[in-house]
Design a protein around this ligand. Structure first.
Ligand SMILES: Nc1nc2c(ncn2[C@@H]2O[C@H](COP(=O)(O)OP(=O)(O)OP(=O)(O)O)[C@@H](O)[C@H]2O)c(=O)[nH]1
Ligand SMILES: [Mg+2]
Length: 375
């Protein structure tokens, strides 16, 4: 594997490098010099290039960066017609020569000293190596409770909506490396702030490693994270979720659920009125048959693509589906009673909340358990 000494390879030599590290910048004049120096020191044993993508920052970041480019393996791209972190990173990928690509913030919140451990994880076989705040040994310095809650909420949303991020502790990280082949043929759409999500969802990584680090407080310059960016994140998430297919799957699951309700009500009336059964007994029979109805439609339609790879036989899946639905019924009851009795809501309103909670439970439990693929 290519390894070089701390010499300073010429940036435009066209020489292959192992790592291309992209640092997007907007008004980072005070941070750019220490960033370039610390990256160079950390990567003294590796062949790399640092690509700074600056959106014509008014504070003159690009000028400072350009003045360093004769001394370090540094390429500076200045964009004048576009603005935005994600598109800046993608522009950097387009110019990168390395077999490994990486992203780091320029404000030194991502310590460059953590890069070698990430690169070693890639050398060890990982397709993507994430610098993680949320695994043992990782941490965050100086966040307000509000910032922490927003971040945790965003992470929860991502893991609910995007199956490919579910096993990852820090899927919203902005500091990561990955093998170039992960995004071969993938079309990255540079919206939003979270470029790692694009790589994970649209790319084809199978081995993912997380390496702990401490997310530092910003010492110089100002944050660019705006409320608009946070809204953009939601838009980005929904686009990725649609792409991954789980929103479509959830909608199908809801349609099947609605058909089950019709089956239940129909049987309840039919068995009680025509067959003369006691209505509570009709309800039990109707309920069980509606669960079976839902299972069959989900198996042949909603989870059609998962059927062949699912762990158990059709009988086992039907049994698991039944159990999940029974727990769902329990959740429905508990939520209904809680919101009516404790929170004092009108019981129909509580029932709507209860249906939603049980539906979400049923969906995720079935994704995770009933149609879980064999290892
Ligand atoms: N090229 C480019 N870079 C940007 C843009 N917005 C932010 N950046 C850079 O992207 C990196 C992360 O932005 P920050 O403003 O630090 O956002 P953050 O780290 O999520 O938020 P803080 O924790 O508050 O600093 C920094 O290196 C910024 O300079 C942009 O519009 N264009
Ligand atoms: Mg920052």
């Amino acid at each position: 594997m290519a390894q070089q000494s701390a010499s300073k390879p010429s940036v435009n030599s066209g020489q292959a490098v192992e790592l291309s590290l992209i640092a997007p910048t907007y008004n980072e004049k005070e941070n750019i010099t220490p960033l370039v120096e610390r990256v160079h020191q950390a990567l003294s044993k590796y062949s790399y290039e640092l690509i700074v993508v600056d959106d014509n920052s008014p504070d003159g970041t690009s000028g400072v960066a350009q003045s360093l480019s004769s001394e370090y393996p540094l390429k500076v791209i200045v964009r004048t017609s576009e603005r935005g972190l994600a598109s800046a990173v993608v522009a950097g990928f387009d110019q990168a020569r390395g077999q490994v690509l990486g992203v780091i913030d320029a404000d030194l919140q991502h310590p460059p000293e953590a890069i070698p451990a990430l690169l070693e994880a890639i050398r060890g076989g990982a397709d993507v190596a994430i610098a993680s705040r949320y695994i043992e040994g990782g941490s965050i310095e100086g966040w307000s409770t509000k910032r922490e809650v927003i971040s945790k909420g965003a992470k929860l949303l991502a893991t609910i909506l995007l199956p490919s991020t579910r096993e990852i502790k820090d899927p919203l990280a902005g500091f990561f490396l990955f093998k170039r082949k992960v995004i071969d043929g993938a079309v990255l759409t540079p919206t939003g702030y979270k470029i790692l999500l694009e790589v994970l969802v649209r790319g084809n990584a199978s081995q993912i490693a997380e390496v702990p680090y401490t997310f530092k407080e910003r010492e110089r310059g100002k944050s660019n994270l705006t409320f608009m960016e946070q809204l953009n994140f939601l838009k980005h998430l929904s686009r990725l979720a649609w792409f991954e297919g789980d929103i479509k799957r959830f909608l199908k699951f809801c349609v099947v659920g609605a058909s089950g309700t019709l089956v239940y009500l129909g049987l309840l009336a039919l068995l009680t009125e025509m067959a003369g059964l006691f209505y509570a007994l009709s309800a039990v029979l109707g309920y069980e048959i509606s669960i079976l109805n839902n299972f069959i439609w989900n198996d042949i339609w909603t989870f059609r693509d998962k059927r062949a790879s699912a762990r158990g036989s059709v009988l086992i899946r039907a049994l698991k589906f039944n159990l999940v639905s029974l727990v769902g019924l329990g959740i429905h009851e508990a939520v209904l009673i809680f919101f009516t009795e404790v929170a004092g809501l009108f019981y129909v309103l509580s029932a709507i909340i209860a249906i939603l909670c049980a539906m979400l439970w049923n969906f995720f439990a079935n994704v995770k358990w009933t149609w879980r693929p064999r290892a």
